[in-house]
Design a protein around this ligand. Sequence first.
Ligand code: HPA
Length: 275
Amino acid sequence: MPEGTVADRVASAVSSLEKRFGGRSPTVGLVLGSGLAATDVGLVDPIEVAIADIEGLPAPSVKGHGSSWTLGRLEEEEVLLASGRVHAYEGFPLAVATIGIRVMALLGCQALVVTNAAGGIRAGLAPGMLMLINDHINFAGRSPLIGPPPDRGERIVDLSEPYSLRWRQALQARRADAPLPEGVYGVCLGPQYETASEIEMFRLLGVDAVGMSTVPEVIVARQEGMEVLGISLISNYACGISGETLSHQEVISAGVAARDRFGKILQLAIASRPR
Ligand code: HPA
């Protein structure tokens, strides 16, 4: 792992990317979940940078996640797409796992679209469906904000509306014929999947879909003042909901199978960002 504080690593990553972007700067960050690829989003005039060449950025070790960042245009926006997220379960402190979000903010992203694969808990959330996240519950018991006071933004962060209501409404208005289901995303540390009893507990507590990512990124994005939209691909029924066993391969395959549809929703999400 590279040396240096989180702030040093953020600064190094920002300067490596600025050198590559030749004066273009992003307005929206986009984090891709399992199985999705940069090509699905159809960015115009892309500049792709391998994570290995972005000094300071933590590198993912999980199969099914990419390993580069791409800057490209979509509609009126310059989008900075991160393919290759890192998770707490890979051993990164959450302040390190979320360096990429701070880098996006410093480069100029005012908004963030986060995506993930999740296990469906609520009745009716079946594999293959996309769910707009309207809130979350942090079962990981950890915060990415633990550490020295931040250079920018609040020390104690408001999370009364982590997922922008006006952005969700704007996106749903463009899908009036087929609105996306909305729901609460619960995050666990992983990397093991949950037990059936844990899922039953989450269901009773109001969790609609469960996963192992996204929440730390959203907390940091809110601390940085970014407006956030979150979308889960329901890749499987959560443990105990259908009686089947779970595998990471199944989750990745669900992401791959949903690529076209997910790519289109992401284009719509970015096009509908309120400004
Ligand atoms: N549980 C936790 N994380 C996940 C799941 C799940 O069922 N599916 C995809 N990511």
